[in-house]
Design a protein around this ligand. Structure first.
Ligand SMILES: [Zn+2]
Length: 437
């Protein structure tokens, strides 16, 4: 498929503000082939003639952005949106989530995943990272719906399920790594220091090394976790991971709300990639991560929504705004986390946090994952600072077209790869069965 987006303004990588002259963007074989200044006389140039393309999209009034990266969620939990609200993490997990998750079937996770992917694509999210179980069902949904995803079959020792889960996780990586034209990548997942024994962590690290995949894990989400791990092992949660080999392979560490000073140094030394989930951390009352400190040490930090059961939206626009605003308030300093930083976390740094290559930036040779945003609404006027408008004024309803891997998956209000009515029908049916409705 060869697609030309003509006469569009764009932000290359959310870093500079110098690209607001209209450009033409060529997309071929799933990649961006060129970005060049738009000239009214383009028809005279052979490679820009309409006939040379399968589709030409008029980009006037649109801003092209790299697709947003939701670097941490649990797609299978989208069914549980609105179940167990207003509870702290451990009560929420132990009394609400774990008991009902025991009842979820592979089919449930498939429909829940499609529900989540549909919501994310509509909001301009072109890459997500998932950690859950029945991961084959999620991979099938990802392959069908056209999103890019880093998938992890999470393992934990709760109920003695660790080794069986790990075996399944290894098989999952072997089967799905690089599937769907490379849109699917995999990681091994240790759920968290407080749900995994040291022995299981060592096995996960060993297998990640053997398979050549990173590890996705939750770390230091609550102060309760830090107290518990310190009491049990005499080290912080990140220290426990390091002591069991987990930081010897590339790691994506989610939350990091309660990192101590030594942890920051350790994370920086070992090149840990972090995912910040401000909405979920606030809703579960977990605290505020030391994001300004993490960025100051040079850590790469992406943004995640976490699950719809603890957020309750899968909306990266909101996470960008929260990531910027809560730290300004918390530090009493309006200069921290400026808009451009939040935008980088939602795009190129999110992709880097997932160890993905050539994702998260609009540039020749990079994957054609992009979003066209309608900037004609009143709340975008005047268009003096696009980064600030995206983070502080824009929202997911401004997304008008979404492309993943060079394929258009959402256009003018319609999802092209998902039958929304069918998804809603199945989700409601499952919710009835689970007693949620
Ligand atoms: Zn999570």
């Amino acid at each position: 498929m060869r697609i030309l987006i003509s006469n569009v303004t764009y932000l290359e990588s959310a870093v500079s503000q110098d690209s607001l002259n209209p450009v033409d963007i060529g997309i071929e074989d799933g990649k961006i082939s060129f970005i060049q200044e738009h000239l009214p006389s383009r028809d005279q140039k052979t490679h820009l003639k309409e006939a040379a393309w399968d589709r030409v999209i008029e980009g006037r009034g649109r801003l092209a952005l790299p697709g947003l990266v939701n670097a941490h969620t649990h797609l299978g939990m989208t069914l549980l949106r609105g179940y167990g609200d207003d509870l702290p993490l451990m009560v929420w997990l132990q009394e609400k989530m774990w008991p009902i998750e025991d009842q979820l079937t592979e089919k449930d996770v498939y429909w829940s995943s499609l529900l989540a992917i549909g919501e994310m694509l509509r909001g301009g999210i072109t890459t997500c990272a998932d950690m859950y179980f029945h991961m084959g069902a999620t991979a099938k949904a990802v392959a069908e719906a056209g999103i890019r995803a880093s998938l992890t079959r999470g393992v934990q020792d709760v109920g003695g399920s660790g080794l069986r889960g790990l075996e399944e996780a290894i098989g999952f990586c072997q089967k799905w790594q690089g599937a769907a034209n490379g849109r699917i990548t995999t990681m091994l997942g240790a759920h968290a220091p407080y749900t995994c024994t040291p022995g299981l962590l060592r096995k996960v690290a060993d297998w990640a090394n053997r398979l050549g995949v990173p590890i996705h894990t939750h770390v230091a989400e609550t102060s309760t976790e830090v107290h518990q791990i310190k009491e049990q092992y005499g080290v912080t949660p990140l220290g426990m991971l390091a002591g069991n080999g987990v930081l010897d392979v590339p790691v994506t560490a989610v939350h990091c709300v309660h990192l101590e000073e030594d942890d920051l140094e350790l994370a920086t030394q070992r090149g840990v990639r972090v995912v910040h989930c401000p909405g979920s951390n606030m809703k579960l009352g977990s605290g505020i991560a030391p994001l300004p400190e993490m960025l100051a040490t040079g850590l790469i930090v992406g943004l995640g929504t976490d699950s719809a059961a603890s957020n309750n939206k899968l909306d990266l626009w909101e996470e960008m705004r929260l990531a910027s605003l809560i730290h300004k308030a918390n530090m009493q300093d309006a200069t921290v986390i400026p808009a451009v930083t939040a935008l980088k976390m939602a795009t190129c740094h999110g992709a880097a946090a997932l160890h993905l290559d050539k994702v998260g930036k609009l540039a020749p040779g990079w994957v054609a994952d992009l979003v066209l945003v309608n900037t004609e609404g009143l709340h975008w006027q005047p268009p003096s600072n696009p980064q600030a408008s995206i983070v502080y004024a824009g929202g997911r309803n401004d997304v008008s077209l979404v492309m993943v891997d060079g394929c258009i998956v959402y256009d003018q209000g319609e999802l092209l790869t998902i039958d929304e009515d069918e998804v809603i029908y199945h989700v409601k049916k499952i919710a009835h069965r689970l007693g949620l409705l």
